[in-house]
Design a protein around this ligand. Structure first.
Ligand SMILES: [Zn+2]
Length: 283
């Protein structure tokens, strides 16, 4: 694993910074951003600097809750602005996104990233930091119930992928009958927190006579026909199954399939990702 540097995500320079030392670092604190999981670190930084008037993005690190990418915020030893009164002793890490309706919002990749960062901090200090959620030190719902209970349980990683089932031999034509992309041009299957053209299956919107949920299931069913291990307890969509409601599990499946097909790995199911499932030969 690696940390995407500030230059790597196009950070604005800080307007000031105060540093501390590893001897004064004693805690490692989890946050969420309480906004869309598709927010970029730059958008969060802009909000913190322009709206909140802070010198920089408030967190020491940020993690994409879908892909598990880790972004450098203020870094290890610059004092953050993530928990009033506790920024010197606590390293603040934000898992970008929010906790909605009890639905898990954090992928296994993001959990592994958070845990890796925590172990990295412990190594650098040479001693274990105390793990906290923001709500342990402030009147806030942050980091949401799901992340909080996970922190309190000591960061167990569930959903370790079982051995994948053997795939059909490569080179064969795509199985089944090709189905045309059901959404308008430029739209895609993506998070419910996204714009109107990000179709999640959550609201059961109708496209070409069927619900978005039915269409999203159709896409994943096609991947199963292509030999992907899909469904509850399986390699992909293992936690919730092919329920047609876009979340981190569909995003992870889409990223893997896009990587397999040489497509842009954004986890969103647009026309290219759709067509590749129905038209490309097996890989
Ligand atoms: Zn917080």
């Amino acid at each position: 694993m690696h940390i995407i540097s500030r230059a790597g995500w196009g950070a604005r320079p800080p307007e000031g910074r105060d540093t501390t030392t590893w001897s004064r670092r004693t805690h490692f604190m989890g946050h969420y951003s309480a906004a869309s999981a598709t927010q970029t670190p730059r958008q969060i930084q802009d909000y913190h600097m322009r709206v909140r008037g802070w010198s920089d993005v408030g967190y020491n690190f940020l993690i994409n809750s879908i892909t598990g990418d880790i972004y450098e915020g203020r870094g290890w030893l610059t004092i953050g602005a993530h928990c009033a009164g506790h920024n010197t002793e606590a390293i603040g890490v934000c898992i970008i996104g929010s906790d909605k309706a009890g639905r898990q919002d954090v992928s296994d990749a993001a959990r592994r990233a958070f845990k890796w960062l925590y172990e990295e901090a412990n190594d650098r200090k040479g001693k274990r930091l105390t793990l906290l959620g923001h709500r342990d030190r402030g009147a806030t719902a942050c980091p949401g119930d799901e992340i909080y209970s996970w922190l309190k349980a000591g960061l167990p990683i569930v959903g370790q992928p079982p051995n994948p089932t053997p795939k059909p031999p490569p080179g064969k034509p795509a199985p089944g009958t090709p189905i045309a992309f059901p959404l308008p041009a430029g739209w895609y299957f993506g998070p419910a927190s996204g714009p109107d053209y990000s179709v999640s299956g959550k609201y059961e919107r109708y496209f070409r006579g069927r619900t978005d949920r039915a269409w999203l299931k159709e896409w994943a069913t096609q991947l199963a026909r292509r030999g992907w291990s899909i469904g509850k307890g399986k390699r992909w969509l293992g936690r919730y199954g092919n329920d047609g409601i876009y979340g981190p599990e569909y995003a992870a499946l889409a990223v893997a399939f896009q990587g397999d097909q040489g497509l842009r790995e954004d986890g969103l199911i647009g026309v290219n990702t759709w067509n590749a499932a129905f038209r490309n030969p097996l890989t």
